[in-house]
Design a protein around this ligand. Structure first.
Ligand code: PAF
Length: 282
């Protein structure tokens, strides 16, 4: 496994390994790797001869400076972790080199897909995601790229980006990974203490309860009211949104049997922003 710090090092390594003529996989990350990332890297390694993992805390997708600054940065540990999971190279460029100057991201307006839910609560977030993923795809030029289902709206945004700008690239979605208590794995979980972790479990429990109600034919709108009530009345949770959406358009969906209907949630626990989602039809 090699650690590559610049575009020049990446392209030299790719030339040495006949990258262009092989089945190649790419897993973009912001580091602080955990089992969720490992499952994405393993998925890429099963499908590809060579796998690159990128590690870059992308400044343009943060709408709060504090969040950007306090994001965990653990490159040496991440490189060892990625190697154990099956990566052949870790690409960790500086933001300035990748962006070719001061990082900035033009506005992307794909309707609710970029402006509802995550887009509404984190203005400019998807501008930054689209900008960095587009640059990374151009730099790495993989056959396929793997994204985690936990960031469900990001998956839909990246699929649209790939359709429009990288038509030969396959976007593969890796299943959401949970801990033994159902909490969706996230780099941000490391900022929760034991009490915060216990409180955060209420999110996935609520999604599960809604799944059960809807699987028995219960009304989606009523399940949503009960879910919001459960989260609003849990001490320590500040709910941003809980809704049922169509996973391609990210417009609200009220039919439990609708193809692709998912319940999505975002909430703060101990000042940490957490997201989760689950399909309504399991
Ligand atoms: O999901 C993430 O970690 C980031 O949004 C991504 C895709 C690596 C872009 O910075």
């Amino acid at each position: 496994m090699v650690l590559l710090h610049s575009l020049e090092e990446l392209h030299a390594w790719q030339r040495d390994n006949a990258w262009a003529s092989r089945q190649t996989g790419f897993v973009p990350t912001m580091g602080a790797l955990h089992e969720g990332h490992a499952s994405l890297i393993r998925l890429a390694a099963e499908r590809c001869e060579l796998v690159v993992v990128s590690v870059l805390v992308n400044p343009t997708q943060f709408n709060e400076q504090d969040d950007f600054e306090s994001y965990p940065r653990t490159l040496d540990r991440d490189a060892a972790f990625a190697s154990n999971a099956g990566a052949h190279a870790v690409f960790a460029p500086s933001a300035e080199e990748l962006y070719g100057g001061v990082p900035s991201a033009p506005c992307v307006d794909w309707g609710p897909l970029t402006h509802a839910y995550e887009g509404a609560h984190r203005p400019g977030h998807f501008d930054g995601v689209v900008a960095v993923v587009d640059l990374l795809f151009d730099a790495v030029r993989p056959s396929l790229s793997v994204f985690g289902e936990k960031d469900l709206q990001q998956v839909a945004v990246v699929k649209r980006l790939a359709r429009e700008r990288h038509p030969n690239l396959e976007v593969v979605v890796g299943a959401l990974v949970r801990d033994d208590h159902g909490l969706a794995l996230s780099s941000r979980n490391t900022r929760l203490d034991q009490e915060g972790l216990v409180t955060a479990r209420r999110l996935s429990r609520t999604l599960h309860e809604m799944q059960e109600v809807c699987a028995k034919g219960g009304d989606v709108a009523e399940a949503l009211i009960a879910g919001r009530e459960a989260l609003d009345t849990t001490p320590g949770i500040t709910l941003e949104y809980l809704d049922v959406v169509d996973t391609q358009s990210f417009e609200p969906s009220r039919g439990a049997q609708d193809q692709g209907a998912h319940v999505v949630v975002a909430a703060h626990v101990q000042g940490v922003r957490l997201i989760d989602n689950a399909p309504l039809r399991t």
